[in-house]
Every structure is written in C-alpha cells, then in structure tokens.
Design a protein around this ligand. Structure first.
Ligand SMILES: [Cu+2]
Length: 414
C-alpha cells in the first residue's frame, strides 16, 4: 500500500514538473504585434493603408521580396498625434529578420525621414532581403515624430535557409566591395579588446601589491608619499605617453587606410510626391453610424449619390487595415492577411447598381470577428468616438473609385 502511495506521489511530482516545463516553453502565436493595443480611433483616423501587396509568402535567405501599396494620410488627423511633418517609412518586424534593401515613397528613395501632408495619398514600396529563417509577421509601418508608430497590416512571411549564408554586399564609391554583415567587425573587436586590456594592465600593475588596508594605514599615518615609488611614476608616465602615442599613430594609420570618408548623411526629405487621385463622381454622406457593445459589427446609414456616367456598386469598406468586402462586387486577389480580410463582411441593404444621377440611402453593415479581434470594438474606451475609413465603389466596367468617409460612431447598448 505504501509502495503504491509513493509511486503516486512520485508520478504526480513528475506530472507537475512536466506541466511547469511545458508552460515555460509555451508561447502562443500572436497574430498582431502592437497595433491591437493602440487606441482604435487613432488607428482609424491616421494612416489608411490600401492596395497592399506582399510579393512573396516564402523567401529563402538572401532573396528579396517587396511590399508595396498606397497610404492615405487622413485629413482629420487626431490632435494628440503630431502632424506627419517628420515621418519615417519603417517596417514592423522583430529585429532585422529581413534587411531593408530599399524603400521608396512616390518613386523617391527614402532612407531618411520625410514630410507628409494631411489629405494626400502616397504610393510606397519596400524592398526586403531575407536574413533570418522563421515565420515572421511583416508589417508596413510609419513612424511619426511626436506621434509614435502607426502600424499597418501585417502578413506572415516565411524565411527558409540558414542565417549563416546571409550576405549584404555593397560597393563603396571608392570601388571596394564589402559585406556589411561583417564589415569592420574584427577591427572593432580588436580596438575594444586592446583598450580594455590596457585598462586591466594598469589595474593589474597596482593590484600586485596589497591594495586596501596597508595603504589606508599608510595614508592615515601621514606616509602617503611612500606608497608611490619612482618606478611607479615611470610606469604611469609610460602608460600616459604610450596611450597618447597609440591614439595619434592609430588615428593617422586609419586616415591613411581610409583617406575618403564622409559624415553621416541626415536631414528631412521634403517635397515627397503624392499620387494625383482621380476625381470622384460618387458622393457619400454618413447619416449616422453606430456599433453594438458588445458586438462584432458597425452599422452606417449612407446616402450615396452617383454623379458619374456609369452605374456604381459599393464593394469595400476599409478601416484600420480591416477590409470588409461585399463578395458580389469585389474579391481580394492580393492574398491579403486572412485575419484582416472579411470576404463577405460587408452587407448593404440595397447594393443594386446605382444609376448615374441617382441617389439612395442604404444601411451598410461591416461585420467580422476582426472588429473584435483587432479591438476596434474598444473604441468604447477612447476619448473620441469617431471613425474614418475608405469606401471603394466599382462601376460597370470594374473601374474603382475611392471615397473617404468619417463621422461620429455612436455605441448602442444591449
Ligand atoms: Cu504582427
């Protein structure tokens, strides 16, 4: 009987250990990386990312992929976020699992911060080169000085291969080709080790002799001078003169080895070209907009007027990176991230073609788990219950029009 008890005790201990160990190694996959926790109204009323395209979903180390698309700088920019006068086109990844080989806005290379204007739409492209194997959630992202990170949609991209093989060659203007991944590393290690060793040598020289109590007694009894001998003084001078000599010599040999160097290139890039957006012929008035708390949907009453010469239908509503589509009108062909794509998320009370010259008031419901998963429902906690988004209308020829809307978003409670 006792034997059995012992066995049970032992086994439960093992089970406990296993549980603890398992829980230590359990890391739930996060599908979003930062943006969910940001204020919903801020995500809806700053940068609208659209027409995004990730050129690949799987990339071997050293291969490149591009993320391209457009972003609209919302005109009703929140007060608490500085205007994007100094912004930087970034990419949201956990460290350099890719390197950014290039990034462009409006066709211009943007390695520095740029000035963007409210109400303008820009196209961008980022060229990424795979470095570290793994599954990475790659976000487009804009950093706004005085505002913080504005995180765009993220998509999972797999990097295969081995990081050992990663190369980052670059040819300098002096004609030398170097690998930025390892360039100058030995030199950095050498000089740091050298000066550290010199510091240790200085300490070692004094530490050979007793350090504290005998010296303290000598100082207190007025014999402090006896602690530093003439040899000590010579050694000190040797270290001082040697250090100055090594600094001067190594500085001049470095200048000989690298005769052409330039200062760090910096400074804001202004005059970034925005896209000339086509004149729209659809007018939309948001009569009211509500969302149920708790709930997974928002509702809008829209009065749509077609001033063009072709009948139009509403295909998409896009806010904070979540795309609600009416699958009868629009389908996604870009491999947009699943968790942000509501393929049949948009319901319009009457989405029959709206003839030219006609006006119609419709009930539009944008509904998907994403509304809750991406915590847009958390607008209830925000100090400004207003939303903004993009509406995409399609005419009979499939031509698309983009209309931006914004209005108060009023909660309704069950
Ligand atoms: Cu992410």
């Amino acid at each position: 009987m006792k034997l059995l008890k012992d066995k049970v005790a032992k086994l439960s201990f093992v089970a406990l250990l296993a549980t603890v160990t398992a829980s230590m190694f359990y890391t739930p996959t996060a599908a979003a990386h930062g943006e969910k926790s940001q204020a919903a109204f801020m995500r809806m009323r700053t940068i609208h990312w659209f027409d995004l395209n990730w050129s690949k979903e799987e990339v071997p180390v050293n291969d490149t992929m591009t993320i391209s698309g457009k972003f609209f700088v919302f005109s009703g920019w929140p007060e608490t976020v500085d205007k994007p006068e100094i912004s930087f086109l970034n990419i949201g990844i956990p460290g350099p699992v890719f390197i950014r080989a290039g990034s462009w806005i409006g066709g211009q290379l943007v390695p520095r911060s740029v000035s963007l204007e409210l109400g303008e739409t820009y196209d961008f492209k980022v060229l990424l080169k795979a470095r570290r194997p793994g599954d990475w959630h790659v976000h487009t992202m804009l950093n706004v000085k005085g505002g913080g990170p504005i995180i765009g949609p993220g998509k999972w991209v797999t990097v295969t291969g081995s990081m050992k093989d990663f190369k980052n060659p670059i040819t300098t203007l002096t004609g030398e080709t170097i690998d930025l991944e390892t360039y100058n590393l030995d030199n950095t290690y050498f000089w740091h080790a050298f000066w550290y060793a010199l510091g240790l040598a200085w300490m070692g020289y004094w530490m050979k002799k007793p350090m504290f109590i005998p010296r303290s007694i000598a100082v207190e009894s007025g014999k402090a001078d006896s602690l530093i001998s003439s040899t000590d003084r010579k050694v000190a001078m040797g270290f001082a003169a040697g250090t100055i000599a090594i600094v001067a010599m190594s500085m001049s040999t470095t200048n000989e080895k690298f005769p052409v160097t330039t200062p760090l290139q910096a400074g804001l890039l202004r005059g970034i070209k925005s896209i000339e957006m086509p004149v729209t012929s659809v007018a939309v008035k948001v009569e009211d907009a509500t969302y149920r708390v708790p709930g997974r949907a928002m509702q809008m009453t829209l009065t749509i007027t077609n001033n063009g010469d072709s009948a139009v239908r509403l295909g998409e509503f896009n806010t904070a990176g979540v795309r609600f589509l009416d699958s009868n009108v629009a389908q996604d062909e870009t491999g947009y991230p699943d968790d942000l794509l509501a393929e049949e998320g948009l319901t319009v009370s009457d989405n029959s073609p709206l003839a030219p010259g006609q006006s119609r008031t419709v009930q539009v419901t944008a509904s998907d788990a994403a509304w809750e998963v991406y915590r847009l429902a958390d607008l209830i906690y925000d100090p400004d219950s207003r939303f903004a988004g993009l509406l995409f209308f399609y005419d009979e020829a499939g031509k698309r029009q983009l209309i931006t809307i914004d209005a108060p978003l009023i909660p309704t409670f069950i």
